[in-house]
Design a protein around this ligand. Structure first.
Ligand SMILES: [Zn+2]
Ligand SMILES: [Zn+2]
Length: 277
């Protein structure tokens, strides 16, 4: 088979045409191999007439070599019918509805990757998109998920002595409500504000809590609260909380917990709510 993979670095129909025709002619002149005049598109799963039946293709990457098969909607190709008939990766079955044979040609495309720097062959699933082996790779790894990325695409967060990738930034990170800095979600503590207790002695927490990175060392937390968060188990859940007594500056605290009203009013309101409910 002769096929276009990807016009690179210029995608030009005429150039691709010319090169495909050259190869077809060279194969005819030098090897006596003849390719169809009609082109097919390898990305179609359509059948084409073949040996009084129909033929389709399955092209798939193999061996983790960098390759561009599958990156375009169209890979124009010509087949050599005589050669294809002898190829071992062809399977066939009888399609009773159509009363004819169907053939499928499997074309594993690729092979082992070869490092463009040191020439070493390697076969690593997570390095399919790279042209360097791990030792020679100038790119870097995400400190959280370990995926490779370009250094300039990484983000620095305090949680690590390295960079994290944009996907981890979007899906695995949150913001510390006190410092506005970004951190890995699992490193953020959810801190609630304990408003009081109801008649049955159940704790009442304010609707909204805050996320804080390492509250015990967090400079902003220390500015706002005089004690580290306490914890209690209630309804099978562990709550980390603060109380009014822990608050140093009530005016700033109101911003942090997004209170519409004074703290005292919020507390009174909650107490009344619990009594009426
Ligand atoms: Zn290498
Ligand atoms: Zn990542």
């Amino acid at each position: 088979m002769i096929t276009e993979v990807k016009g690179y670095c210029f995608q030009d129909e005429n150039l691709t045409n010319t090169v495909l025709m050259w190869i077809k002619e060279l194969a005819h002149n030098n090897l006596n191999w003849d390719y169809d005049d009609d082109e097919i598109n390898l990305q179609d799963s359509n059948f084409i007439p073949f040996n009084e039946g129909d033929l389709c293709f399955r092209v798939y990457p193999e061996g983790y070599m960098y390759n561009d098969i599958g990156t375009l909607d169209k890979h124009r190709a010509r087949i050599n019918r005589e050669k294809i008939g002898k190829y071992e990766n062809i399977t066939h079955w009888f399609a009773p509805n159509e009363e004819k044979w169907h053939y499928m040609l499997e074309l594993p495309y690729g092979g082992k990757a070869t490092c463009m720097w040191c020439g070493r062959e390697y076969s690593e699933p997570d390095r399919e998109e790279f042209v360097f082996c791990e030792n020679c790779d100038p790119s870097t790894r995400c400190s959280y998920c370990g995926n490779y990325m370009r250094e300039e695409d990484g983000y620095y967060i305090d949680d690590y002595d390295g960079l994290i990738c944009s996907e981890c930034l979007d899906y695995e990170c949150g913001i510390d409500d006190l410092t506005d800095e970004t951190h890995i979600n699992s490193n953020l503590d959810y801190i609630e504000w304990l408003i009081g207790y109801d008649e049955d002695n159940n704790p009442i927490f304010y609707d909204e809590g805050i996320w804080v990175y390492h509250p015990k060392e967090n400079y902003k937390y220390k500015e706002l609260f005089s004690n580290p968060p306490k914890s209690m188990n209630h309804y099978y859940r562990n709550h980390q909380y603060i109380t009014v007594d822990d608050i140093i500056d009530k005016s700033e605290f109101e911003d942090v917990f997004r209170l519409d009203d004074d703290i005292e009013n919020v507390i009174v309101e909650y107490t009344q709510k619990t009594i009426t409910e």
